[in-house]
Structures are given as C-alpha cells and as structure tokens.
Design a protein around this ligand. Structure first.
Ligand code: ATP
Length: 303
C-alpha cells in the first residue's frame, strides 16, 4: 500500500460498481495475462510494461485496497481449514534479481493478510548445515503447513540461477535440477499446495537507479551490498538463466508468472491478484462446527 489508503478503506467491502470498474482495467484475468507463455522472452521484455492492465497507478492502488478485504477473508478460511484437519496450503515463490522488489511484495501484498497465517522464508547462501544436505532439503523443511500461505523470498530456483551463472556446479549437475524441481513441485502440488511462481523482472537501468538510491540515502545503506555489482555485471547471463528456467519449469501444476517490476505499483497489483486467484481456486467454505452449537449456546447462557 502506498499509504494513501486508510485502514478503514481496507476493511470496508467496496461498492460493487466501483469494484467492477476497477477490475475492468484487466483485459483478461491477471493470471492469464501474466502466465509465462512460450513466446515470452525475458531478454526482450518491457519491464516498464503493465501487461493486461490499462489502468493507472491510482486505479491499481484502489484495486489492491478493494481486494485486500477478500484476500484477508480467504486467508482466514484457509487457516480455519488447516485447523480443522484440511490439507490445503498456498506457496508463493518470489524470484527476482537484486532490487526487483521482493521485499516490497512481502510487505505490501503478503502484509495484507494476518501474519499468523503466513510462513515466510528467505533463502540466502546455504549455511554449512544446509550445504551438507541436498539443495531441496532446506526447501522441504520450509514448505507451508496445511492452512498456511508460504512465501519463499528466493527459493530452490537459485540452484539454476546463481549456481549456473557463478559456475558453482558443473553444467550437467545444474541442468539435472530442472527435472528434479518439476518432480518435486508435482509432489508438493499433489499433497494439496497451490504453487504460485512469480519472476519479478527489473530492467538494467531501473536496477541502476535503485542501487544508486541506496547509495544516496544513508537510511538505505544497510540494503546496499557491494557484491550486488558483481551480479549486475552478469545481468545478461542472469536473463539467459531466467529464460531457460521459465522454459524448463513452467508446468501445469506450477506455472511461472512473469511480472514486469520497474513500476512497483504494478508488481504489487499483479502479485495481489495472483495470490487472490490462488486462494479463490481453493474454493473453501468455513469449516462446520465439530460440536453441538445449540448445546454450547445453552451451556453458555447458564454461566
Ligand atoms: P536479497 O537481495 O534477496 O534482499 P540479501 O542481499 O539480503 O538478499 P541474503 O538474503 O543474505 O542477501 O542472500 C541472498 C544471496 O544468496 C543472493 O545473492 C543469492 O544468489 C544467494 N543464494 C541463494 N541461494 C543460493 C544457493 N543455493 N547457492 C548459492 N547462493 C545462493
């Protein structure tokens, strides 16, 4: 949220007409507009674009605010479902180059729901213990429990991104990961998890502007990592790695979505909509009481 919308806005169910008008700025469902398709080449992507969306920033922020209510409601249903022995969960996988805005997505989009129902995990360079296991070990340990929304800030995909670009494994080893990952995700999906994979794509120029801002503002120095320049120098190699990752691992049960991220407001709108769609697809009602409601009411009255 930009701060332009009060808490009250978030809690109010939006007027149907206004909501329909805002939703009408999508020319197809956001999921369809953003789902990676074979002809999408991230090396040629307009990172400043807003595919499928013809509204402006204000419309986008109003739609996020309007959908926040439903998002929070559906997350609560998911949580209740988990508490009642259900097996469903959602996993949001966020991949993006440095400064693509993963942190902002977590704050502004995931932050719209009750944090008690979220399992957030950021994956950095593997620790000594993590490195002593296979690369999926730490990933499995972080999968969302039933009823939860899991958020991966970076993920197992680093094994075909940084590992490839920095030559940390021989080619035949990292290439084998595509199939391993597809099999792993199919297993996770079959166990009841809806997987939403998002590649946030920032342009080279915008990345430079964001890094410069971190240098210019003392309160952002903590975010600056001199090592980011080495990754930036290999920007093209990363895009090649992203392209092949999309080609090899966008599957029916775990499709990739490509989100242009130069406009933060669009990336936040896009991920809000993708998460909402995932929660809607679960089609969960409120779990029925496993006690006699009338009897409990009577007993309560007696107290
Ligand atoms: P971010 O840029 O995501 O905000 P950060 O700069 O705070 O993160 P960390 O979270 O400590 O840094 O670690 C991220 C770094 O870890 C990235 O450079 C990423 O490429 C690296 N990394 C993640 N997974 C792996 C892996 N499996 N092997 C090697 N490096 C990895």
């Amino acid at each position: 949220m930009s701060g332009r919308h009060s808490k009250q806005d978030l809690e109010r169910t939006p007027d149907d007409d206004i909501l329909r008008k805002l939703e009408g700025h999508w020319d197809k469902s956001p999921t369809r507009a953003l789902r990676w398709r074979k002809k999408v080449d991230v090396r040629e992507l307009d990172c400043n674009g807003t595919p499928g969306w013809d509204g402006d920033r204000d419309d986008a922020e109003r739609l996020v605010a309007a959908h926040a209510f439903e998002l929070a409601q559906l997350q609560e249903r998911l949580f209740a479902h988990g508490r009642s022995g259900g097996s469903r969960s959602v996993l949001l996988v966020l991949q993006g180059l440095d400064t693509a805005g993963k942190g902002g997505i977590v704050r502004h989009v995931v932050g719209l729901v009750d944090p008690q129902g979220v399992q957030h995990r950021a994956f950095g360079v593997p620790t000594a213990e993590e490195a002593s296991h296979g690369y999926l070990w730490r990933i499995r340990n972080a999968l969302p429990r039933p009823g939860y929304i899991g958020v991966f800030d970076r993920s197992h995909y680093e094994q075909v991104l940084v590992v490839r670009v920095d030559g940390l494994e021989p080619e035949e080893t990292w290439r084998a990961h595509y199939e391993e990952i597809n099999a792993f995700e199919a297993e996770v999906a079959a166990a009841g998890t809806v997987i939403v994979k998002v590649a946030l794509l920032v342009s080279r120029d915008e990345q430079k502007a964001r890094l410069r801002e971190r240098l210019d503002r003392p309160e952002k120095h903590w975010k600056y990592n001199p090592g980011d320049l080495a990754a930036r120098a290999r920007f093209g190699d990363y895009l090649d790695a992203y392209q092949e990752m999309l080609e090899q691992t966008s599957t029916d049960v775990a499709a990739w979505h490509v989100v242009p991220a130069d406009r933060k407001w669009f990336a936040r709108l896009a991920v809000t909509e993708l998460l909402l769609d995932a929660l809607r697809s679960l089609d969960l009602g409120w779990p029925p009481a496993d006690f006699d409601v009338a009897e409990q009411r009577r007993l309560l009255d007696e107290t």
